[in-house]
Design a protein around this ligand. Structure first.
Ligand code: SAM
Ligand code: SF4
Length: 328
């Protein structure tokens, strides 16, 4: 098997596969209020997604995360998950979701072989939650989290929180406590300036170093060397199973250990979230051409830059595509 490496010697063993750019929420930092979504004819079919996933696994990818947009807006997602989870050589299939549909999907996804799930939750207050997501319903998501804990067990469920100054940065202690009391992990994410969202990332940015100091006034946090293969650095609390993670593209750049590539719902392969370099897989996927797919993936690895170039002090987005397009 050919294992893919980039030109900086980093091994690529993790794929984030976006199955849609659509979403039932409109989070302010991720989307503009009036989004134009791709026409369905331009989106990879689930069969084409499977072909792309297979090509990556043949090249040594061990972990695949299904994402979007909101992946659970594709009602046949368990069909895709069941086929990807059976690919020989894959060690872990995971999902990132806003949780709104988990009450219906948690069990079928576990049965389909999804090993763990990340659920986005930015606030425990209905009003703030609505302000951030514009249309989301907090109770639906909290029920989704309960359904996920029932289906996967608490050690396989994680909360992701994007921290926004003056909106939810004061709630981070409560969010951490929410996770701790359920025995689930939580990761706090620094905002990235992606897409013409109309959101002022520089004003609302709250760094994870500040957050760590804030949480340390209430919790006795112990740094942990654990690595789950993703970008989070973890802290633990004595007597608790849960870990508190920090995903810090700005205050602690993680590019040196980056093992990931991303495929969008229309088959664009981005070797880096924070750069525009891309290789188009759509035609090869439509032609059912596995050999060509593997060649294109190797080409994309060669394009992977050493580091992203985000500068949070600038108000304008540095990458024009939305996070929901690239896949989180
Ligand atoms: N819809 C799903 C969800 O919200 O979990 C999956 C896709 S979403 C794009 C994946 C993750 O990206 C979410 O945790 C979301 O909060 C995060 N995200 C979106 N826009 C972001 C931004 N500008 N900066 C940092 N994280 C962002
Ligand atoms: Fe949708 Fe996820 Fe983006 Fe929120 S962060 S708008 S839930 S894709």
């Amino acid at each position: 098997m050919n294992i893919i490496h980039d030109t900086f010697g980093r091994k690529i063993n993790y794929l984030r596969l976006s199955v849609t750019d659509r979403c039932d929420f409109r989070c302010t930092y991720c989307m503009s209020e009036k989004m134009q979504f791709l026409p369905r004819s331009e989106i990879l079919s689930l069969e084409e997604c499977l072909l792309v996933a297979k090509a990556f696994v043949q090249l040594g990818v061990k972990k695949i995360r299904l994402t979007g947009g909101e992946p659970l807006t594709r009602k046949d997602l368990p069909w895709l998950a069941a086929r990807i989870s059976e690919l020989e050589g894959l060690r872990e299939l995971t999902l990132t979701t806003n949780g709104s549909q988990l009450i219906h999907f948690a069990k079928p996804l576990v049965e389909a072989g999804v090993d763990r799930v990340n659920i986005s939750l930015d606030s425990l207050k209905a009003e703030t939650f609505h302000r951030i997501t514009r249309v989301g319903n907090l109770h639906q998501v909290l029920s989704g989290i309960d359904a996920a804990i029932d289906a996967w067990g608490c050690r396989r469920v994680k909360i992701n929180t994007v921290v926004i100054r003056n909106i939810n940065h004061v709630e981070t202690f409560d969010l951490a406590l929410f996770a701790l009391t359920r025995g689930i992990d939580i990761s706090f994410i620094e905002q990235m300036p992606l897409g013409e969202t109309g959101f002022h990332h520089s004003d609302s940015f709250f760094s994870n170093s500040d957050l760590l100091s804030q949480l340390s006034t209430r919790f006795d946090l112990i740094p942990s060397l654990e690595n789950t293969g993703g970008p989070a650095r973890y802290w633990r609390l004595a007597g608790h199973e849960s870990r508190i993670g920090f995903i810090s593209p700005h205050s602690h750049n993680f590019c040196a250990d980056c093992n990931r590539m991303r495929v969008t719902a229309r088959g664009e392969l981005f070797p880096c979230l924070g750069n525009e370099g891309m290789v188009d897989l759509l035609a090869a996927a439509r032609a059912d051409d596995e050999v060509r797919l593997r060649e294109l993936i190797a080409q994309a690895a060669a394009l992977k830059p050493e580091a992203h170039t985000f500068d949070i002090s600038k108000t304008e987005p540095q990458i024009v595509r939305f996070m929901s397009h690239t896949g989180g």
